[in-house]
Ligand binder design. Structure first.
Ligand code: GLN
Length: 614
């Protein structure tokens, strides 16, 4: 049997050949192309940022792109990972708890991703072992190659079929040389072999060192890292050199010669102020057309659409530099030492700040040392505060103290998840007179457990996957501040990740004293948005609104906070309040250029026509 015959026999699982290429039904080889991104030299180079920026450039051209992140660790998802070590746990609309890179993809591509866009070794091995027990391997010894690698390829092809993607972007977590991701790289080598020439483009992201003592860029670590990749049978097509400054011609030459990659495909990707300028930086360097050429996608692109999309994006990027005001937002939290644990919040503030021509400075406040006596001093100079989500005792009392200060001093406040719960506790204690009120998470024997575990979560044991997770609809009550903030909508969708909620038996007591619950779960007594109408800006939500803030669609709760903070910081200027600022921006972001949407419709029509063509 020829290679071609072997590969085209769909679902080829037999003990007669060494090939193991399970293919999902409906898979057409060659229809979907793949861009595989690996990292060398060190982790933390911003593979996700690079990959999502490149994916965005292809999406702009009317191509249907789908990312997938392959994580090496054995956890099934990121739910049990410590944000201190791994950064924020990002939650997708379908409830998948995943790596923060998925947040980067959503923000860059402006679309909701799903569980199929994220895979871990834990998921792959669970699948393989399940199949083994089921007898699916027909008496064969189950091996890393071809069975485990076969499962990896299957995931990618399933994604290709379900999304009808033109290009799947595969980001391999970790660094080349790690034991955990070696089988992913091997799977990608096999994929390239099976899919044939011009179907898979390998991009190696590397790092060019510039030791202070030498004062010049050194390429050796980059060369060795890529060599390691080549030893694994993968010849990169494109090399992206991360560096603090633009990579010199000489260094690019050295890398090109050492790795068989032509000079025009060895690019510099140096540090810049905002990740949102990277798509334009890649575009100027010509990365996008190198990929288009390598993957022979010239016939599928739409340059008219690209122009419209690029204008829209550049409009946002230009705003980042059009700063007229500056505000300082205090961020109270436990993981203040690791900024990645609050990545979405930082981004949401950046999005809102851009639309308001305001630079948002963040002042990190460790609430473990905030007390009644020093709170005024700690809040000094702040124009607003955010009490973010979190788990456990540490710093909780300090957060409550900060919220009390914000409530009493008209300081703009946004409470997110745990921050929302702490605002309820504060109000119960200090306004309703419920001494000893607390959350069941923080004190099991307190007198008034105003925040209690969700009944549906009580039944679930263990720490993995036991929260109320994912995108949920929130019903917004009419004539409330929240309803005006959301442009009159009666329902919005936000992302959740929590175990506790406001105990319904305390709702009356809280509202009688002036706390307004302005949003709740439809059909359930789960309170999800709170506000104080008399206050400048005092709003909290059980959700994580930061996870659905995109550059081209800033989230209203953040826009409102920055606008309220700006108004407070510049009292002498006649600036719009939170509601009118949000209204204006909502209107602006709704006007998606008609050219872009017209081209999208054309592209959809074209896709329908060429669905089964390669
Ligand atoms: N610890 C709280 C809960 O489980 C809040 C969770 C969060 O802030 N993500 O409900």
């Amino acid at each position: 049997m020829s290679t071609e015959e072997l590969l085209s026999s769909i679902g080829n699982v037999s003990d007669e050949t060494e090939f193991y290429t399970p293919m999902p039904s409906g898979y057409i080889r060659g229809r979907t192309r793949y861009v595989v991104i690996t990292g060398t030299v060190m982790s933390g180079l911003g593979k996700g940022i690079f990959s999502s920026s490149l994916a965005k450039l292809l999406q702009d051209k009317g191509l249907n792109v789908e990312p997938i992140k392959l994580e090496g660790y054995l956890n099934i998802d990121s739910g049990t990972l410590n944000p201190f070590r791994h950064g924020e746990v990002f939650v997708l609309d379908d409830g998948m708890e995943c790596d923060m890179d998925l947040g980067t993809y959503e923000r860059m591509l402006g679309k909701d991703l799903k569980a199929v866009n994220f895979t871990t070794s834990g998921q792959i091995f669970t699948q393989v072992l399940g199949k083994e027990r089921h007898g699916d391997y027909l008496g064969r010894d189950v091996q890393m190659i071809p069975h485990v690698t076969g499962e990896v390829k299957m995931r990618l092809r399933e994604l290709a079929v379900s999304s009808e993607a033109d290009v799947v972007f595969v980001e391999i977590g970790g660094t080349v040389g790690d034991v955990e991701n070696a089988y992913y790289i091997e799977a990608m080598r096999e994929l390239a072999y099976e899919e044939g020439p011009n179907s898979v483009c390998f991009v190696a992201l590397t790092y060019v060192l510039e030791p202070k003592t030498l004062g010049e860029q050194k390429s050796k670590a980059a060369q060795l890292g890529i060599k390691r990749l080549m030893e694994m049978g993968v010849q990169p097509h494109i090399i992206a050199c991360r560096a603090s400054k633009p990579v010199t011609e000489k260094v690019r030459q050295k890398i090109a010669q050492y790795t068989n990659v032509p000079m025009e495909r060895v690019f510099s990707m140096h540090d810049c102020d905002s990740i949102y300028v990277i798509p334009n930086m890649l575009r100027e360097s010509g990365y996008d057309f190198e990929v288009i050429k390598l993957l022979r996608l010239e016939q599928r692109i739409n340059l008219k659409r690209e122009r419209a999309a690029w204008l829209e994006w550049s409009d946002f990027v230009d705003r980042l530099d059009m700063v007229q005001h500056e505000v300082t937002i205090g961020m109270t939290g436990k993981y203040t030492t690791v900024r990645d644990s609050y990545a979405s919040i930082i981004h949401a503030l950046e999005h809102s700040g851009a639309y308001l021509n305001t630079r948002v400075k963040i002042c990190w406040i460790d609430t473990s040392d905030v007390t009644e006596t020093n709170v005024a001093e700690k809040m000094n100079g702040l124009d607003g505060i955010i009490v973010p989500g979190g788990f456990g005792m540490r710093g909780a009392e300090g957060k409550i103290t900060c919220i009390k200060y914000a409530r009493e001093n008209n300081l703009p406040f946004l409470g997110i998840c745990l921050g929302f719960q702490m605002a309820v506790v504060e109000f119960a204690r200090n306004v309703c007179g419920l001494t000893g009120a607390n959350s069941g998470e923080l004190s099991q024997d307190c007198e008034h457990q105003v925040i209690d575990i969700l009944p549906e979560q009580k039944k679930i044991e263990g720490l993995g996957g036991n929260m109320r997770l994912g995108g949920k609809d929130v019903e917004i009550f009419p004539d409330t501040f929240a309803s005006r903030l959301f442009g009159g909508k009666t329902q919005v969708r936000m992302r959740f990740r929590h175990r506790y909620e406001v105990d319904p038996q305390y709702i009356n007591q809280l509202t009688e004293k002036g706390l307004v619950f302005s949003g709740k779960a439809p059909g359930q007594p789960i309170m999800q948005i709170l506000e104080l109408p008399e206050h400048n800006y005092f709003i909290g939500t059980q959700a994580h609104p930061c996870m659905t803030s995109w550059p081209l669609k800033p989230q209203p709760m953040f826009v409102g906070l920055v606008a309220a903070a700006r108004k407070a910081a510049y009292p002498e200027e006649d600036l719009p309040d939170a509601i009118s600022a949000t209204e204006a921006i909502l209107k602006q972001t709704k006007q998606i250029t008609s050219a872009k949407s017209r081209e999208d419709k054309n592209a959809q029509r074209r896709r329908e026509k060429t669905k089964n063509r390669i």
